[in-house]
Structure formats: structure tokens, C-alpha cells
Design a protein around this ligand. Structure first.
Ligand code: ADP
Length: 484
């Protein structure tokens, strides 16, 4: 049940509110109690003052014990209040006068029994030393009293006045307050948690709606998007972020789909040629050895092209998945460039193209030699493929500060300006018909994509720096190794 955010929110909310309400109630209760006690103390003190004033007035000039007792009785009669008792004791601790002897309502007397003045509880009050006064809270019978004890010097003798104020009313008030809290807090909590639950349900409803919408989405309908109620609030932002993720997924699915379509297209052509050649040759029962040789040569050529495309596709698929481990070693870029030139020589010779190396010596580099060689060969291959017979192709390598600059320039007819931004795309060929007719080396449009990936994997850059009627130049920048 606690797996629901709605319930957890409500529970937390109720617990916090409960804590706040209970703390508030406890605080209120004690503040109230404290204030009521202060008021009682002040009342009882004032009452004792008034009593003493009346007593003195009643006494006038008489000072005998009898006169004191009578004056006390008059004062007690005058200051007779509900819940208040006066007791006057002489210096031997004997009760001279007490409110209990006065005619009082039965109810008032019932709160104190006549023998109360001989109890230890009461006796402990009258140990006060003159001329101070003391306040105590005591328990007698079924209720509590606030007691003020004062010493009272009259005509050389020290009397003790005890004023007792019943705390019954105060207790009752506190009980009422406590009872009110006891039912009001649970009801407040119940109402608040119900309200909280409905609020949580209402605020979280868009999330459930989003979950339902998202549940219905599959690879086939990646174009669908979550509806955004309010794009400025948190849930709107969540929906927007999710939609942006869908945008990226859709783009990547589309890219993947196009890659698959292009790849199968590229594979279909050589396979069709293989099958066509074989079928034509087999259609006659007998052929001359020369004809067989010719067919086999075509089959070999096409299967080489097929193997090449498959290898390129495999490289890109692994690169995309981040699973093409680079085998980095210390090497020399100048040596690598010279070796690649040797590998490109036969292709250049077949078109009577002169390869011109302009390579600085001593260019140490930490790189994957096989991949860098493949990248250079791709660029040289292209330069030779797209140059007219008898022209020149230059490979230049030099250090420029902290990097190496490698450029491959040719005297071909260049790439049309509007197509230049697209030549690094997969399967892109500026002139499909021309590439296909190039024979064995007519590529699938993957060479530059792979070259760029290799350069970037070495934290470098590959750009087309010149392409016009006079030819093209591809420039690679790579981080240089330490100078030897
Ligand atoms: P391909 O396998 O077709 O050579 P690439 O990815 O290597 O594929 O090149 C993409 C396209 O860029 C080529 O089809 C070609 O049209 C163009 N291109 C690449 N290099 C050159 C170049 N040196 N001169 C002219 N066009 C070029």
C-alpha cells in the first residue's frame, strides 16, 4: 500500500501536521496553566492584603487575643468568597480562627474537612519564618489548593495567616481545554489527511495520465508525444523532457532505419551482379575456358567489393555501439604516411597518377596505426579515384605547434559546393553513377564517414578545406606526440 506516492505524501503530511498540532496543544496548555497560576497567586496576595487591612481596622486599639480572634472573624466574614479559606494561628500554632467555623454553604465546606488543620500537609505550611510570606500548592481531600502563608506581628505576638485558594475551577478549566484538544486534534487530522489525500491525488493525476500515454508508445509510433498541460510547472517540464527524449530516440531510430535500408541496398547490388553473372554463364551447357575465367574474374571483383562494404558496415556498427577498441601505440606518423603511399601506388599506377609525398621527418604519435593507415588510404583512394588520369595527388604531413596537419590534395574536378556539406554522411556519393562505374574501387559512400570517425577517435578533426574545379584538399589535424 505504501508503494503509492499519494498515500506516502498523505501519511507524511498527516504525521507532520499531527506533530505540529500536538506540540501547539501542549504549549498552549502549559502557557494557559502558567498564566492561570500567576493570576491565582496575584489574587491570593491581594486578598491577604485586604484581609490584613480589614483585620487592623477591626482591631482598632485592642490587642488582646480575644480581640484578635474577633477581628479575624469579622475580616473573614467580610472577605468570604467561594473557594477561599482563611486560617489564623497564634505563635503556638493553635488555630485561632478559620473560615470553616463560619456559616458557609455545604458545598464549600465539603471541599475541606474540619480536621484538615491538624493534618501534616497543613502543618508543614506554617513553618514560615517571619517576616516573610510563602506560596505553596497543596493537595487536600479531592482537590488542590494554592496556599499563601504570612506572618502577622500584633502587639508583640506573631500570628500566622494562611489563605487557601481552591484550584478546583482552574483544574476544571484545564480539563476542559485538554478535552477540547483531545477531540479537536484527531478531527483536524482526519479532515486534513482527507484533504491532503485528495490534493495529492489531484496533483499526481497528470503523472498517471503520462504513464498511461507512455505505456501505449512503441517503436512503431515514436512520433507520438505526451500532452503538456502547463509547460511551466514541474510536471510540464517532466513531460517536455520526456518528449525531447522521444525526439532524440525517434531521430536515432530514423537514422538507424535509413542506415539499414541503405546498407541492404548497397549489399543487394553486388549480390545481384554475382547471381546474374553465374546464371548467365550457367545458362549454356558448354563454355570455353576463357569465358569461365572471365566470369570468375567478375565474381572475384564483386565479392571483393561486397567484402569491402561488409567490413565498412561492421566497422561503423561497432563504432556506433562504442565497441571498437583503439589499440594505441607509439609510432611515427611520417613512417605510417610513407607506408600508406606504397599501398596506394598500384591504384595510382593503373591511372597513371603521380603521388607526391611532402612529409616532414620525425613525427612521433600515440595512435592506432591500423586505423590511421586505413583513414589515410581512404583519403588517398578518393583522391586517386576522383582525379583524371595523368594528374598528381599530394600527401603532406607536417607539425604545426602541438598538432600534426596531414593533407591530401588532388587535381580532380572537385565536389559541387551544394553537396560538400553532405560528403561525410553515410552512403552519400556526390555522383552515384560515376562512383559505381569506377569498377572495383567504386565505394558505397562510407569511406569518408569512417575516416572522420577514426580521426575523431584520435581527438582530431577531418575537414574538406578546398574543393573547386582545380581539385580538392582534405585536411586532418591530429594531436602531436612529444618532440623526440
Ligand atoms: P565513396 O566510397 O563513394 O568514395 P566516400 O565516403 O569516400 O565514399 O566519399 C563520399 C563522396 O564524396 C564520394 O562519393 C565522392 O562523390 C565525394 N568525394 C570524396 N572524395 C573526393 C575527392 N577527392 N574528389 C572529389 N569527390 C570526392
Amino acid at each position: 500500500m505504501l508503494d503509492s506516492v499519494r498515500l506516502r505524501l498523505t501519511l507524511w503530511y498527516t504525521v507532520v501536521l499531527g506533530f505540529v498540532l500536538v506540540s501547539l496543544a501542549v504549549l498552549t496548555y502549559f502557557l494557559y496553566w502558567h498564566n492561570a497560576s500567576l493570576r491565582t497567586d496575584s489574587d491570593i496576595t491581594q486578598l491577604s492584603e485586604a484581609f490584613i487591612t480589614t483585620l487592623n481596622a477591626e482591631l482598632a486599639d485592642e490587642t488582646g487575643p480575644e480581640a484578635v480572634s474577633n477581628a479575624a472573624r469579622e475580616a473573614m466574614l467580610e472577605h468570604r468568597f467561594r473557594g477561599t479559606f482563611f486560617v489564623l494561628l497564634d505563635d503556638s500554632g493553635t488555630v485561632q480562627r478559620s473560615s470553616l467555623e463560619l456559616p458557609a454553604t455545604a458545598k464549600q465546606r465539603e471541599s475541606l474537612s474540619a480536621d484538615f488543620f491538624s493534618t501534616g500537609t497543613f502543618r508543614s505550611l506554617i513553618t514560615v519564618t517571619p517576616p516573610s510570606s510563602e506560596l505553596h500548592t497543596i493537595h487536600a481531600g479531592r482537590q488542590g489548593f494554592r496556599a499563601l502563608t504570612r506572618t502577622l506581628p500584633i502587639a508583640g505576638r506573631t500570628y500566622t495567616l494562611v489563605v487557601l485558594q481552591s484550584l478546583h475551577a482552574q483544574y476544571e478549566l484545564m480539563e476542559d481545554i485538554r478535552d477540547t484538544f483531545l477531540w479537536a486534534i484527531p478531527i483536524a487530522l482526519l479532515l486534513a489527511s482527507l484533504g491532503g489525500y485528495f490534493l495529492a491525488r489531484k496533483s499526481l493525476a497528470p503523472i498517471s495520465a503520462m504513464a498511461n500515454q507512455a505505456r501505449g508508445m512503441g517503436a512503431a509510433d515514436l512520433h507520438r508525444r505526451l500532452s503538456v498541460a502547463n509547460e511551466r510547472d514541474e510536471l510540464g517540464q517532466l513531460a517536455q523532457t520526456f518528449n525531447q527524449l522521444l525526439d532524440r530516440l525517434e531521430a536515432s531510430f530514423e537514422q538507424q532505419r535509413r542506415f539499414m535500408a541503405d546498407a541492404s541496398h548497397e549489399l543487394r547490388t553486388p549480390v545481384a551482379i554475382l547471381r546474374g553473372e553465374a546464371e548467365v554463364t550457367l545458362s549454356k551447357p558448354e563454355r570455353s575456358p576463357g569465358e569461365y575465367r572471365e566470369t570468375l574474374a567478375i565474381l572475384r571483383e564483386e565479392s571483393q567489393r561486397l567484402a569491402h562494404v561488409i567490413e565498412d558496415l561492421f566497422t561503423l556498427a561497432r563504432a556506433d555501439a562504442g565497441q571498437f577498441p583503439l589499440t594505441l601505440r607509439d609510432a611515427y606518423l611520417d613512417e605510417l604516411a610513407s607506408e600508406t603511399l606504397v599501398r596506394a601506388r598500384s591504384l595510382a599506377l593503373s591511372k597513371n597518377i603521380t603521388l607526391i609525398p611532402t612529409i616532414e621527418a620525425n613525427l612521433p604519435i600515440h595512435a592506432d596505426e591500423a586505423l590511421l593507415g586505413r583513414m589515410l588510404l581512404n583519403l588517398l583512394d578518393n583522391a586517386i579515384k576522383y582525379s583524371p588520369p595523368g594528374s598528381t595527388v599530394e600527401l603532406a604531413c607536417r607539425r604545426n605547434g602541438d598538432s600534426y596537419v596531414v593533407s591530401v590534395s588532388d587535381n580532380g574536378s572537385g565536389i559541387p559546393a551544394e553537396l560538400q556539406p553532405r560528403i561525410f554522411e553515410r552512403f552519400f556519393r556526390a555522383d552515384k553513377a560515376r562512383s559505381r562505374s569506377e569498377g572495383e574501387t567504386g565505394g558505397a559512400g562510407l569511406g569518408l564517414s569512417i575516416a572522420r570517425w577514426i580521426v575523431e577517435a584520435h581527438r582530431g578533426q577531418l575537414v574538406l578545406t578546398r574543393s573547386d574545379a582545380s581539385g580538392s584538399t582534405f585536411t586532418v589535424t591530429l594531436p602531436a606526440g612529444p618532440r623526440a
